[in-house]
Design a protein around this ligand. Structure first.
Ligand code: SF4
Length: 406
């Protein structure tokens, strides 16, 4: 599996892009996690992986989206993006997740990428705006990997994403990325309408036949103004996803990413571990993308390192989440999210100003935390990578022993 995957990547990804990925993400990313661990021992939390939602606008209208995509445009302007990245880089970071809205609608995206050749960016995109020219530009820059979301067959894609010909247009963008020899991934948010089509070896083999290098299966999170709770996976399906990922990682030559389990298959939350936090299009510093409350804003005069390492709000969020669950505090305990926001007098960072009402409307549900159903990694590469660079970093030691998944 590993040999076949490596030779596929080596033969289909542009050398400049591959070198940037190996150095900026591989080597420097590992170093940033080591720095994170060292700081953590001194009680300082500064996430090595920051996620930046650079604007709210989008050309699609996905079910369950929590971003105000149809509201007036808000975005992090170029000078602010540069300040953020420069400050984080000065403290050892080199990797940034770029989200939206649709990031390719940001007028300065390419200038931004070009001004940070020593960093690496993963761009979460619907792919539809990636023309062959845009893909060639990404190849020339070399420091970004597009992660193109595909949510199902043509009919399901139209339904999930609120437009026509969604799949065809996304596949055109994906093709442009692959033709330009970019390291390219496909992400899917698994839900009731796509799990049977996409959680299959047939789908993985199709991605491989197209030339896709990695995939990321999220699970649909019923949050936001239109939660479409009927799409959420059952607890058994969540375990099915985990089992599939572990098995296929060991047998199918495509890299499969996840952000919710350690090497022993124990659930974790990247926000609670402190390995990642989120900046919204309005500059709000949030625990994670779906927790739309904040006390701090990057437009304050302080730098992002100072803000993140001194925020009592973020610290309380991490510690409260880690005391109550190894899973997702939003899905399992929306009441706690609401209480934390009230306790810290945090601002609702949505434009619709209904974040509290949305929490009130949520029914607690099972997340990735399924005690007793842990499925350890089978493949040595994932075991090692997770053991050293993506684990719970000891944050669950004060967990309430009676805490259990709903
Ligand atoms: S709170 Fe939930 S959505 Fe946010 S990082 Fe944790 S597990 Fe993910």
């Amino acid at each position: 599996m590993l040999l076949s995957l490596s030779s596929r990547i080596l033969s289909t990804v542009d050398t400049h892009c591959l070198t940037k990925m190996a150095w900026n993400f591989g080597f420097k990313g590992a170093r940033s996690v080591m720095l994170f661990r060292q700081r953590q021992k001194q009680g300082i939390v500064f996430p090595p992986f920051l996620y930046l939602s650079i604007l709210n606008s989008c050309n699609l209208r996905c079910q369950g989206c929590w971003v105000d995509v149809a509201s007036p445009r808000e975005m992090i302007p170029l000078d602010e993006l540069n300040r953020l990245v420069n400050d984080a880089r000065a403290h050892g970071n080199s990797f940034f997740g770029i989200l939206g809205g649709e990031p390719f609608l940001h007028p300065d995206l390419f200038d931004f990428l070009a001004q940070h050749p020593d960093c690496y960016f993963q761009i979460f995109t619907n792919g539809q705006l990636i023309t062959s020219k845009a893909a060639a530009k990404l190849r020339q820059l070399g420091n970004a990997t597009p992660l193109v979301s595909i949510e199902g067959t043509d009919k399901v894609s139209d339904l999930r994403r609120g437009n026509k010909d969604v799949l065809d247009r996304t596949l055109r963008g994906l093709r442009n990325c692959l033709d330009a020899r970019l390291l390219t991934g496909v992400a899917t948010s698994l839900c009731q309408t796509n799990i049977d089509d996409l959680l299959s070896e047939t789908w993985l083999r199709k991605l491989i036949s197209w030339g896709v290098h990695y995939t990321w299966f999220h699970t649909y999170r019923p949050v936001g103004p239109k939660i479409s709770a009927e799409l959420a996976l059952t607890p058994e399906q969540i375990t099915r996803v985990r089992r599939f990922v572990v098995e296929k990682r060991a047998s199918v030559p495509i890299a499969i990413i996840d952000a919710y389990y350690d090497h022993n298959g124990q659930a974790l939350c990247p926000m609670a571990t402190g390995i990642s936090h989120h900046i919204s299009p309005g500059g709000h510093v949030e625990p994670c993308p779906i927790i739309q409350f904040a006390r701090e804003n990057v437009r304050d005069s302080r730098g992002i390192y100072d803000v993140l390492t001194t925020s009592a709000f973020l610290r309380d969020f991490r510690e409260t989440a880690a005391r109550h669950t190894r899973g997702c505090i939003v899905l399992e305990r929306p009441d706690l999210v609401k209480a934390l926001a009230a306790k810290h007098n945090a601002a609702d960072t949505t434009q619709r100003k209904s974040a509290v009402a949305e929490l009130d409307s949520m029914v607690p549900r099972t997340s990735q935390y399924r005690p007793g159903d842990e499925i350890p990694e089978q493949h040595w590469m994932y075991r090692l990578a997770k053991k050293y660079f993506f684990n719970d970093f000891g944050v669950y030691s004060n967990m309430d022993p009676s805490a259990k998944s709903p």
